[in-house]
Design a protein around this ligand. Structure first.
Ligand SMILES: C[S@@+](CC[C@H](N)C(=O)[O-])C[C@H]1O[C@@H](n2cnc3c(N)ncnc32)[C@H](O)[C@@H]1O
Length: 217
């Protein structure tokens, strides 16, 4: 499949009123083989920026034993970027087995959880299991619901960091309008504190990225 037909397929999915979780998973299964190559062609920088933002918060000497969960990990592009920054213990969570097969072949991740998060699905880990939680591209239509922020608070250690990167325009999807208000509510409830919120151009050749960094209290 060419880059443009991959992109058109994604645009059709995001523009459809009839999008379902099954159609989302089917899109990923159909494109798993060439997923990384498509993202390379559109010069996707989200995973690298997420790894840089986490690295800004964590001294080099602490990174090898800093436990991270990559939520909506897909083929593991964030793991590759985290390893570049010398992070060493990274787990993955994603419902798409075809994408996770690509991720596992990279040999970067410690544990891999093939499951949805949200809508009644929790991460199969104890409270405070992770020093860091990262999400790249997980907030979009029929992907992660905004309630997963509560679960992220649960699985982060006090003092741990959450880094989210997403396509900036998706914040206007009706189901994501509550995402930043929910982040603010959690800050008002003293669950975490905002480190940064940035919109950066060039997340791909087509789109700007929106990045959030929070520190759990
Ligand atoms: C745009 S891809 C991003 C993949 C990877 N993080 C990256 O940056 O290349 C979105 C991912 O979200 C996953 N996903 C969708 N719904 C999810 C859910 N409810 N819980 C966890 N992952 C989900 C998909 O399977 C897919 O791998």
């Amino acid at each position: 499949m060419s880059e443009s037909s991959f992109r058109d397929g994604w645009a059709d999915l995001m523009g459809s009123e009839h999008i379902t979780k099954e159609k989302v998973l089917d899109h990923y299964a159909q494109n798993a083989e060439n997923y990384d190559e498509h993202l390379r062609q559109i010069q996707s920088t989200g995973p690298t920026r997420i790894a840089e933002k986490l690295a800004q918060q964590v001294p080099l000497e602490e990174r090898s034993h800093f436990d991270i969960l990559d939520v909506a990990a897909g083929t593991g592009r964030v793991g590759e970027a985290l390893v570049e920054k010398q992070f060493g213990t990274i787990d993955a969570l994603d419902p798409s087995q075809p994408l996770l097969a690509k991720l596992e072949a990279k040999g970067i991740y410690r544990r891999v959880f093939c499951t949805f998060l949200g809508n009644g699905h929790n991460a199969p880990v104890e409270d405070g299991a992770y020093d860091g939680v990262v999400i790249s591209g997980g907030f979009s239509k029929e992907h992660l619901p905004i309630e997963v922020l509560d679960e992220i608070i649960r699985i982060l250690k006090p003092g741990g960091f959450f880094v989210n990167g997403m396509t900036a325009s998706y914040i206007k999807f009706p189901e994501l309008l509550g995402l930043e208000p929910k982040m603010d509510q959690l800050e008002q409830a003293k669950k975490w504190v905002k480190i940064s919120r940035e919109v950066q151009s060039g997340s791909t050749i087509h789109a700007a990225g929106l990045y959030h960094v929070y520190k759990k209290l």
